[in-house]
Design a protein around this ligand. Structure first.
Ligand code: HEM
Length: 449
């Protein structure tokens, strides 16, 4: 695209301030034109109703290989920053029968019954991460010091959980962590992106070789098995493992980080949880609404020219999308929309029904939503129980956000842990006793087109 044409498109905030982008885009209308990295033009969708219609529309596809001419005519640089988000042979980037075939093994592996089987192990992972946080919170002469919970807890836990789910052996844990750290950053240079992708590819090959030789009860072994993996090609198996890695770490870390930050900056809200007037589930739902962990998730393409009519503040409005025009749904925008949530910018646990689309909508609704919520609940409960005086070490407003427009969460979480509570976690601390609203996230409404 020519530079003068680019200037007319909305440019995402360079510091990754997604809420600033969402406010600005909402002012521009339901689907304003934005500039993606590399000067690619897309239509960003921020209107909640339009997001839902797009996600279920039979003539809107995620398959760039079939429905994005710019991609299948090879007009993008080979190292285009967002290529990993549109080029995968996995459930995330396929449609119809292919989507069902590639999604089925994931539905099985991430079913709430399977998550329940993983729960005791997740509790151990969280306890070990809190032990490491406690150790990091004491300096060499035994004095308390500041700990970054993003590093020691909110990223460490999902990395360990996904390593367990995928059967990643210890000797590959380091390379996996390095790859995971940078995958969501849409501001990395092309050289860096190429290097990250190269390392990720090598690590995935090493994982597949390892699990071919040493099968276990992990998802990689399932995808390689005669029974569940027989309908997948080797390329699709590799892509599916890569998808899980990309989908399941930063997002979960952001949910945990935003929830902890919200509670530490809203002591009244934390007090209502401690008093039993709100549940951890309420905290998670309100965090999903207030700081959707996934922002703009690339990309969708109209199969042909389409017109969609929605209600706007100015009455019914018809929005036109041209065939093959990239669409960027901004899932985090729905929760902050004042039309669906009064006082949407306020974090408020007394909200009746927080409305959000943090896990997407329709056939591509997040396959790991239940696992994400269960992990987060265990982390919140355990962290606030063990460190009752947990406090931010800096002013909450000085904490920046993760870079890029795909992920959305605090870039760091410097805290003082305070005196640890050495008493055992309360009996009612078990996640299976979660009540209410969020319990059925694996079977959301509207998963059909
Ligand atoms: C708080 C954490 C998470 C958030 C906010 C989140 C958000 C999302 C969103 C918005 C989508 C839909 C993308 C689209 O329609 O373009 C999605 C899809 C997906 N997510 Fe998640 N996710 C989270 C955690 C996880 C976890 C833990 C896993 C796996 C263990 C996972 C696996 C997937 C997969 C496989 C898809 C693709 C589903 C499909 O296309 O059929 N996610 N996620």
């Amino acid at each position: 695209m020519e530079p003068d044409q680019l200037e007319n498109l909305y440019q995402f905030d360079k510091n990754g301030d997604l809420q600033k982008d969402i406010r600005a885009l909402r002012e521009l209308g339901p689907a304003p034109a934005v500039a993606l990295p590399g000067g690619v033009r897309a239509r960003a969708v921020v209107h909640p109703e339009l997001l839902k219609v797009i996600a279920r529309h039979k003539l809107v596809s995620k398959d760039a290989g079939v429905h994005w001419p710019t991609y299948y005519n090879k007009q993008l640089p080979e190292d285009w920053e967002l290529l990993p988000w549109v080029a995968g042979k996995h459930a995330f980037s396929t449609e119809y029968d292919n989507h069902t075939r590639l999604r089925d093994p994931l539905n099985k592996a991430l079913h709430p019954r399977q998550v329940q089987v993983m729960t005791p192990r997740i509790e151990q992972i969280v306890a070990a991460a809190l032990d490491r946080a406690a150790a990091a919170g004491t300096d060499p002469v035994g004095l308390p010091c500041v700990v970054d919970l993003r590093e020691t807890l909110t990223l460490a836990v999902p990395i360990a959980v996904i390593s367990e789910l995928l059967g990643i052996p210890d000797h590959l844990a380091g390379p996996f962590q390095r790859c995971a750290d940078t995958l969501f950053d849409t501001t990395v240079s092309r050289e860096q992106m190429r290097a990250n992708q190269g390392e990720l590819q090598q690590t995935l090959e090493a994982l597949i070789n390892h699990r071919t030789a040493h099968p276990g009860d992990d998802l990689t072994s399932v995808l390689l098995s005669e029974e569940d993996g027989r309908d997948l090609t080797p390329v699709e198996r590799m892509a599916t493992i890569r998808l899980i890695l990309v989908a399941a770490i930063e997002t979960v870390g952001n949910l945990m980080g935003s929830a902890i930050k919200a509670l530490l900056t809203h002591p009244g809200a934390l007090a209502t949880v401690r008093a039993g007037e709100a549940t951890w589930d309420d905290v998670i739902d309100e965090t999903l609404r207030h700081e959707g962990p996934a922002g703009g998730v690339p990309l969708r393409f109209p199969v042909e020219d389409i017109a969609i009519t929605i209600d706007t503040d100015n009455g019914p409005e018809t929005i036109l999308f041209a065939a093959g025009e990239p669409i960027l749904p901004i899932w985090a925008a729905a929760g902050r929309d004042p039309r669906t949530n009064p006082d949407a910018d306020q974090f408020d646990l007394t909200r009746d029904k927080p409305q959000h689309l943090a896990f997407g909508h329709g056939p591509h609704y997040c396959a790991g939503a239940h696992l994400a919520v269960v992990q987060t609940e265990i982390v919140l409960r355990a962290a606030f129980d063990r460190f009752p005086n947990l406090a931010l070490a800096v002013d909450g407003t000085s904490i920046g956000t993760t870079p890029g427009f795909i992920a959305n969460g605090p870039a760091e979480l410097p805290v003082h842990l305070g005196q640890a509570n050495t008493a055992k976690v309360a009996e009612n601390g078990h996640p299976s006793k979660r009540r209410g609203k969020g319990a059925a996230r694996s079977a959301p409404p509207g998963t059909a087109r």
